[in-house]
Design a protein around this ligand. Structure first.
Ligand SMILES: O=C(O)CCC(=O)C(=O)O
Ligand SMILES: [Fe+2]
Length: 269
């Protein structure tokens, strides 16, 4: 890898519509920009869980300036903030939190559980839950964007900015899967720039978790998901969610690390 491509990496704007071994390999290899599977999860079950999510007792908020209006159920890894005590609490809560999220969908299969099984079957070396320093991670966070308040400014997500655990060595790409449980009638559009941030942009994102939208070029791809859709893309590249109007935007999310086809994918939130 030469110096330029290691600084700003890009992908094509092709969006695949099926989840297969081939589309996954191409996405992880940055040959395509996203996988968008329509109708991945039944909208009627999704709607019931979205109601429960908005009222959930473990609904908290992200800690950075620009993301604090977005709610999430259970603490995601990013909010461990390199703090040993918060990291310990995150791992101790991981399995009970996974089980609680699963119970919200009972008696149906939760969408992130379904995705975990399908990627285990499709990826050449299977797929597992992430462990960091041998401790299990949480996966399946549900994000709640508040109407007329919440948006994600252009940002990226990279696990190597959150931990130096030995298990992250060899990660070639990070993916994120979102399954949309409720979508507002207007807004809540996913924007993808299909390039990594520059070092200057990375500094701003690390401080406030987002770039002022007017400071960068228009996105390469915009997708407005419907309730029940699955979208997978590389969050190492810049992405944003526009303001939603009228209704909460609720989604179940999982990060996925890829170390190449000969290593299992690993999941966390
Ligand atoms: O909710 C979405 O569409 C994507 C949110 C996001 O920033 C992510 O999943 O990393
Ligand atoms: Fe993100």
């Amino acid at each position: 890898m030469d110096a330029i491509t290691s600084v700003v990496r890009t992908a094509t704007n092709t969006v695949a519509t099926e989840l297969t071994t081939e589309t996954l390999l191409r996405l992880a290899g940055r040959e395509i920009g996203a996988i968008h599977v329509r109708g991945y999860y039944p909208p009627d079950i999704a709607a019931q869980v979205a109601e429960k999510a908005i009222a959930h007792q473990a609904l908290g908020h992200y800690h950075k300036q620009y993301t604090s209006s977005v709610g999430r159920i259970y603490t995601p890894h990013i909010d461990t903030k390199w703090d040993p005590e918060l990291t310990k609490q995150y791992h101790n809560a991981a399995i009970p939190a996974i089980r609680d999220i699963r119970s919200m969908f009972h008696p149906y299969l939760a969408p992130v559980d379904r995705l975990r099984l399908e990627l285990q079957e499709l990826w050449p070396a299977g797929a597992n839950l992430m462990r960091l320093r041998g401790r299990a991670c949480f996966v399946g966070a549900i994000r709640v964007f508040q109407p007329d308040r919440s948006e994600f400014y252009p940002h990226n997500d990279a696990i190597d900015q959150e931990t130096d655990a030995p298990e992250i060595e060899g990660i070639l790409n990070q993916l994120v899967a979102n399954i949309y449980l409720q979508m507002p009638d207007e807004g809540g559009v996913l924007r993808l720039w299909l390039r990594e941030p520059t070092p200057g942009e990375t500094g701003i994102i690390l401080a406030v978790e987002g770039l002022e939208p007017e400071t960068i070029e228009p996105p390469a791809v915009e997708i407005r998901p419907d309730t029940g859709d699955l979208i997978i893309f590389s969050p190492r590249m810049l992405h944003a969610v526009t303001l939603c109007r009228g209704k909460h935007r609720v989604g179940a999310a999982a990060f996925i690390a890829a170390k190449g086809p000969r290593e299992p994918l690993v999941f966390w939130s």
